[in-house]
Design a protein around this ligand. Structure first.
Ligand code: HEM
Length: 459
């Protein structure tokens, strides 16, 4: 470690973390004032039908693709005509789109050619907010940090969590209104994921919605994913998070030092691991690991909870099969996650010149693995746009990625969805989506912002 690094580390250990974040914010604001603000602004325009567009002009980074339902024909054309496709000048710079299932397997498994550093989103975060997370690190650093925290979702911990998850699901479902329409996204999907995250972090339960707010703001930057978050708001949310999470860290450390039995929450696990026990002294990395877990488990699970209801409304004969045989629930869960594909892609950067499916990719090029397309690839999934509970290879979906970065929370997400559907079928004959849902503005998160439903209790 250089002398400068040592000085910075010392300073970081003394100055409260939120002050450091606020300091960085002030510095970046001053810089922006001098250099000008480079944040893109996205205004929604009608996306033309895919056959009206030249192949080279196709731009899957348009954050309105999902909202306007154009993503399916666009991806189909790319899979058929240009499965490894170069877009020279998007709002996020040049990038390759990889859209076939088999090609994505090749990229995701080869971390020596395709690096997850420095970011896994198409764009670039606002200067200074490039928070370090192990999802965006290559081995060996990635492996050390992942190993330190993955105990939180180890099977033993999940077994212990199951009862708790079920009682939280029951509480939420038992409080739903029966004689009026309501927003499923707010009352069920967000509420349940917030409760789960608060449990994993041992975060003050009554403040759980803060976790949702922070992650929404930090994951929706214009320069990162084409979202709407204001940069100052992102900085303020980061400072707030830093304050809360470091208070949680210090509180836990004091309790451990006083001889309290260690719990299984994320912060305790970090404090017990050699590699992460001093993470508090590396603020951006500390924040990054917590944000990763919170963002990782927030938008994804939440949108699967909404996506499942939406899918079953579009395929009512599948809903009828499920109602008649709740034993199908484990298969339902795989199909929901395939069909929804809550995160549209992960990005890599080529570490050396390489050839992928006949295309020459240069060292330094951005390569985007479109899981949303892989999961609809007719070469792998028969009738891929149909929602079919029990399709033979549903669990081979790529929604969790594959390789060293394969989702750490996959089993937890599946567990939550299984319990949700068990409890739903025990209570309701129907969950009717009464109007078209509203979708998030993002090229990354395939999110629902509002979905009005009405419930029919079991007769
Ligand atoms: C990584 C999706 C739920 C925590 C990932 C990746 C994807 C993903 C696509 C990157 C895979 C790759 O690069 O190959 C999903 C989906 C979920 C979900 C679709 C729900 C349906 C969760 C939950 C948690 C979580 C509940 C929290 C406990 C993580 C973490 C990583 C990750 C920590 C980074 C793993 C690494 O880099 O080694 N997830 N996720 N995810 N996910 Fe999830």
């Amino acid at each position: 470690m250089s002398f400068l690094d040592q000085v910075i580390n010392k300073a970081q250990a003394i100055i409260p973390m939120e002050r450091q974040v606020q300091g960085m914010h002030m510095f970046q604001k001053a810089r922006q004032f001098v250099l000008g603000d480079k944040q893109p602004v996205f205004v929604e325009k009608k996306i033309p039908d895919v056959d009206e567009v030249a192949l080279t002009d196709i731009d899957m980074s348009n954050p309105f693709m999902w909202r306007q339902g154009q993503w399916r024909p666009y991806f189909k054309r790319l899979r058929d005509e240009a499965p490894v496709h170069f877009r020279a000048d998007s709002a996020f710079g040049p990038y390759w789109s990889v859209t076939r299932y088999e090609d994505i397997l090749t990229v995701d498994k080869d971390f020596e050619t395709f690096s997850a550093e420095p970011q896994i989103i198409i764009g670039t975060p606002p200067e200074g907010l490039d928070i370090k997370m192990f999802i965006a690190m290559d081995p060996p650093r990635h492996d050390e940090q992942r190993a330190a925290v993955q105990g939180v979702v180890a099977p033993k911990n999940l077994d212990e969590l199951e009862g708790l998850i079920r009682s939280r699901v029951q509480e939420v479902l038992d409080s739903l209104p029966l004689n009026e329409t309501f927003d499923w996204v707010d009352k069920v999907s967000i509420e349940l994921t917030a409760r789960m995250l608060a449990t994993l972090l041992d975060f003050p339960y009554d403040q759980r919605r803060k976790l949702v707010y922070w992650t929404e703001v930090t994951a929706a930057g214009a320069s990162t994913t084409g979202g709407q978050s204001d940069v100052d708001e992102m900085w303020r949310a980061s400072a707030d998070m830093a304050k809360s999470f470091s208070a949680l860290w210090h509180d836990k450390a004091a309790r451990l030092a006083a001889g309290e039995k260690p719990g299984y929450d994320l912060i305790t696990l970090m404090q017990m691991s050699e590699d992460t026990k001093d993470l508090i002294n590396r603020p951006m990395e500390f924040l990054g690991n917590l944000i990763l877990l919170v963002v990782g488990g927030n938008d994804t699970t939440r949108n699967s909870m909404s996506g499942g209801v939406y899918a079953l409304n579009q395929f009512p004969e599948e809903f009828a099969r499920l109602r008649a045989d709740p034993g199908l629930i484990p298969k339902l869960v795989h199909e929901i996650i395939r069909w929804q594909t809550p995160l549209a892609y992960m990005r890599r950067v080529a570490k050396k010149d390489t050839v992928l499916n006949g295309q020459f990719i240069r060292k330094g090029d951005k390569v985007v693995m479109w899981y949303a397309s892989a999961n609809r690839d007719e070469r792998t999934f028969e009738n891929p746009d149909n929602f079919i509970i029990g399709r033979p290879n549903a669990r081979n979906h790529l929604s969790f990625g594959i390789g060293v970065h394969r989702c750490m929370g996959a089993r937890l997400a599946e567990l939550q969805l299984r319990i949700l559907w068990e409890e739903l079928l025990a209570r309701f004959d129907d969950i009717e989506v009464v109007e078209e849902p509203e979708f998030a503005q993002s090229n990354f998160v395939r999110g629902y912002t509002r979905m009005m439903v009405s419930l029919t209790p079991k007769g």
